[in-house]
Design a protein around this ligand. Structure first.
Ligand code: RIB
Length: 305
């Protein structure tokens, strides 16, 4: 695979509050002081891949506000190429996040500029090692990017988050589908409560013509199915502080390893370790590990897969 990893997706500023428990309907909960972290699934995956050693470019949009400037600067600071990032009039994407003592989060996203990033804003496609897509920008933009990538033979990794009904024409273009249990249950319209159920769904989803399906299961690890093999990989036992961006850290590290010529098995092992590190730290992008940290973690980990 030649060229950079291209991420076409969202950038958000995350406003995060630690809470004793997530509020129920009509309930007010007093939480911690708020923290502000750069986030957004697209930008998180771009930074994760860059920290994992890949050359990365980010296509998407920020708003004309102060958050937009900070989000762009932060990507540049992480070595991500932002030449094709657009600035669109109005607010940037914003995410309101609460995190409970178990590290579980609730996220509300105000799309801002991400929601105004349309197919006509996409630059002409040039060669790339891999295209990384999520669903925090309009679906027609995702579809247009996927069309252009497949016309050029660029493999596509789709992380369908947040999940919406997906057209078969998009799924058929995907080389790697990476989704969590909630997204898989919505897509397959079937519960995913055990690794065995997840395995079955991964195999079912493959019937849409997707060569590799990977389901991330939080503390239960991951399952995957590709044409030749399928399996279950347990999660590393770690102390969970904040699960925000665990999936993004996984996708970015997976993409970096695949783009460097790694096999799917090698990439899954690397990404599983990256996700384990992410959940031990607070915030979205501050929690994403460097390649050296992932390698050191793997060198000392007890692996059972
Ligand atoms: O996946 C985590 C991300 O989801 C957060 O950074 C937030 O911005 C939302 O996009």
């Amino acid at each position: 695979m030649a060229g950079p990893i291209r991420v076409v997706g969202s950038l958000n500023m995350d406003l995060v509050v630690q809470v004793p428990h997530h509020p129920g309907p009509g309930e007010t909960v007093l939480g911690s002081d708020y923290a502000t972290y750069p986030g957004g699934k697209g930008a998180n995956q771009a930074v994760a891949a860059a920290r994992a050693g890949a050359q990365v470019e980010m296509w998407g949009a920020v708003g004309s506000d102060e958050f937009g400037r900070l989000l762009q600067e932060n990507l540049e600071h992480n070595g991500v190429d932002t030449r094709h990032l657009r600035q669109l009039e109005g607010p940037s994407g914003l995410a309101l996040i609460t995190v409970d003592p178990g590290g579980q989060n609730r996220i509300v996203v105000s799309p801002g500029a991400n929601g105004r990033y349309l197919p006509e804003h996409l630059p002409p496609f040039t060669p790339a090692a891999l295209l990384l897509l999520q669903l925090e920008i309009p679906l027609p933009t995702v579809q247009a990017a996927a069309e252009q990538a497949s016309a050029q033979g660029i493999p596509i990794l789709l992380n369908p988050a947040p999940i919406v009904p997906l057209p078969g024409s998009l799924l058929r273009r995907v080389r790697y589908l990476v989704l969590n249990e909630t997204e898989a249950a919505a897509l397959a319209q079937s519960p995913v409560e055990t690794p065995e159920q997840a395995q079955k769904i991964a195999q079912e989803l493959q019937k849409h013509g997707i060569p590799a399906v990977i389901l991330t299961l939080g503390g239960a690890g991951l399952v995957w199915a590709d044409g030749e093999e399928s399996g279950h990989w347990p999660a590393h036992p770690v102390e969970v502080v904040d699960t925000t961006a665990a999936g993004d850290g996984f996708c970015g590290a997976l993409a970096a390893c695949l783009a460097a010529g790694g096999s799917l098995r090698e990439a899954l092992r690397f990404a599983n370790a990256a996700a384990a590190l992410v959940v031990t730290r607070a915030g979205a992008q501050p929690s994403l590990p460097q390649r050296s940290e992932i390698e050191a973690f793997l060198a000392s980990a007890v692996e059972t897969a």
